[in-house]
Ligand binder design. Structure first.
Ligand code: UDP
Ligand code: MG
Length: 389
């Protein structure tokens, strides 16, 4: 595929963007018309209550490159993306928000990487949002990493260029704010490499952001858990079960050895703490090996860093177990057995998370590739030309 002949479908999900939609479409057209002669711009009016739909229709009537899809009533961000994907007809789709928070000229940077890459993702650098939004996003990225192994810098950055047929073939189930994550999880499962590019981000000037609305967040979490229950979540669920079984096995080894030592040997009966340390360490060795080869099935060569990370995690888990046990006992005055269960749960979450994402993490092969010198130069030229608003 020759670069000049790559055709592009750009679409904007738009909900109540009457103050922004015209400028967004014009900015898009100014850039896309320099990149390819075959393009379309699709406005997905997601049941707007303001004049967005009317403005979109008026623009489409005057320009054959512009199309409009209307939703009635509002269906949510993911559903708007889905309609855009369905309506698009060209080789690549590019979608971004209709609220002028991005710099369109940076689409040219993303275009550098197609068709070598089928998926080119922007990440906001720096992100112009308040602290709470940034924390929300960090938690969201973390959960998707933990539950689905998704490794991208900025899941919800609305600056994505993708091979249309590839995306349209995905059996996407969600229609809320989880949709971007689901799309990327499914692509990563197909081992499609991602190219990640830093893009500029600006604060919203006109209109109202809905991304942090409780309704949007609750729907996103419902979709996250539904997806975790589905086949997509099968692997981490299996890992959690195996991790629990390994935990039970090494507790039994620990206890069994301790009882054996102190009942068989006078030395250990006189030095209980030594018996405890040895049996505990034996338990950790079994835990390390079972988790490495059975729970997380790590394939790379065993290294000292991995062992150090493992013992740091175990030490942290032990400390957390004791601290939370004493906190639960002193603060909540609950039954010691309940307190112990809750403390064990805290330690379990800690251990599982760190083992999966740190000790046995093996996602390096899917890590974003770096820009080469020519790409960096093109990138800085475009970025230096942009207007700061
Ligand atoms: N949007 C949409 N349907 C909705 C909510 C939002 O199509 O139900 C559009 C909105 O017009 C914007 C994009 O999705 O173009 C992102 O929304 P917003 O800016 O509110 O999200 P945030 O930037 O706060 O995450
Ligand atoms: Mg926005």
């Amino acid at each position: 595929m020759n670069k000049q002949t790559i055709s592009l479908s750009i679409f904007f999900p738009a909900y109540n963007e009457e103050a922004n939609i015209r400028n967004s479409v014009e900015a898009a057209e100014a850039v896309v018309s320099t990149l390819t002669s075959t393009y379309e711009i699709i406005i997905v009016d997601d049941g707007s209550k303001d004049d967005t739909g009317a403005i979109a229709d008026e623009m489409a009537a005057k320009n054959k490159h512009i199309k409009v899809v209307h939703h009635n009533p509002n269906k949510g961000y993911g559903a708007a993306l889905w309609s855009g994907i369905q309506a698009a007809q060209y080789d690549y789709i590019f979608f971004t928000d209709a609220d002028l928070q991005f710099d369109f000229s940076e689409l040219a940077i993303l275009m550098h990487f197609v068709p070598d890459y089928k998926i080119v993702l922007g990440y906001r650098s720096p992100r112009r949002d308040n602290f709470l939004r940034i924390m929300n996003a960090a938690l969201w990225n973390f959960l998707n990493r933990l539950l689905f192994g998704l490794k991208v810098k900025d899941i919800d950055c609305a600056f994505k260029l993708m091979d249309r047929k590839l995306v349209a073939s995905l059996p996407l189930k969600t229609r809320g704010a989880m949709m971007s994550a689901e799309m990327l999880i499914r692509l990563q499962r197909k081992k499609i490499p991602f190219k990640e590019i830093p893009v500029s981000h600006y604060a919203r000037v006109e209109g109202v952001a809905t991304g942090a609305h409780p309704k949007v967040i609750i729907r996103a979490f419902k979709e996250l858990f539904a997806l975790f229950q589905s086949r997509l979540g099968a692997l981490p669920r299996e890992q959690m079960v195996r991790f629990t079984i390994v935990g039970i096995i090494n507790t039994l080894i620990d206890l069994g050895l301790y009882v054996y030592f102190i009942s068989r040997y006078h030395f250990f009966a006189d030095h209980l703490i030594v018996a405890k340390i040895i049996s505990f360490l034996a338990g950790t060795v079994s835990s390390f090996l079972f988790n490495r080869y059975w729970t997380f099935k790590k394939k790379t060569k065993l290294g000292i860093t991995e062992i150090v990370r493992f013992y740091l995690t175990v030490a942290g888990g032990l400390a957390l177990d004791l601290i939370s046990l004493s906190l639960f006992l002193s603060l909540f005055h609950i039954h010691p057995i309940w307190a112990a269960c809750m403390a064990t749960l805290v330690a379990f979450i800690w251990n599982f998370t760190l083992m999966k994402l740190w000790v046995y993490s093996e996602l390096t092969s899917l890590a974003p590739t770096r820009l080469n010198k020519i790409q960096l130069k093109a990138f800085s030229t475009i970025r230096s030309k942009r207007k700061y608003s």
